[in-house]
Design a protein around this ligand. Structure first.
Ligand code: GDP
Length: 192
């Protein structure tokens, strides 16, 4: 098991606060509770890392984490459920539009999906950010440990049908048993 060095570079509400880094960047996106924090933790393989995961309240921020001095993981706010209402991806447009439009070192998107759920309009909206910016996207279909192998195959097919992603753009992942984590790292290496 490889350990990774992680450093929080910046917490940004707007473009002025983006870190001055030229490392390749990967944005992580997903519905609240899909399993984004768990996936990032499984990728960096540290429990007590600089990685924070959830920002409290309704703060809408991008968190930039440098990993091994090689890549920056940009953590975007979980969408969908929020205390007191729902937060659609559209609510994050002020945060995401400039990032997808201007961030030159952005190399790809990891969309975290619960493998058991059909992607909704927010997930599709998030994917469209990647498509509009010509960025490669990978669906990390987490919680695969909750399904049998056959159920996983079906679920991946349903996710492809809903998103138009190709088989090579989705991976069944379990952040708890670490299945698929190595493959996600492989894809990230290709993106950067
Ligand atoms: P986030 O809101 O997207 O950051 O979601 P979290 O990472 O906090 O995960 C939400 C819940 O799902 C937590 O209770 C996690 O322990 C659980 N979870 C996340 N990934 C997995 C997984 O791959 N397998 C299982 N069994 N549970 C998971």
């Amino acid at each position: 098991m490889q350990y990774h060095e992680v450093q929080l570079l910046a917490t940004a509400a707007n473009e002025d606060q983006w870190p001055d880094s030229s490392l390749p960047e990967i944005i992580f996106a997903g519905r609240s509770n899909a399993g984004k924090s768990s996936l990032i933790n499984a990728l960096i393989n540290r429990r007590n890392a600089a990685y924070v995961g959830k920002t409290p309240g309704k703060t809408v921020l991008l968190n930039f984490y440098e990993v091994d001095h090689q890549v920056v993981f940009t953590d975007s706010p979980g969408y969908g459920y929020a205390k007191g209402g729902t937060m659609s991806v559209k609510n994050f447009a002020a945060l995401l539009d400039p990032y997808f439009d201007h961030r030159k070192n952005l190399k790809g998107m990891i969309l975290v999906l619960d493998i058991r759920r059909i992607p909704n309009s927010d997930d599709l909206e998030m994917l469209s950010f990647a498509r509009q910016s010509d960025l490669p996207a990978l669906a990390a279909c987490v919680k695969a440990d909750k399904l049998s192998r056959n159920q996983q195959i079906n679920a991946l097919k349903n996710i492809r049908n809903a998103t138009g992603l190709l088989p090579e753009q989705e991976i069944a992942v379990s952040s708890t048993s670490k299945t698929g984590i190595e493959e996600v790292w492989n894809i990230i290496s290709h993106m950067i």
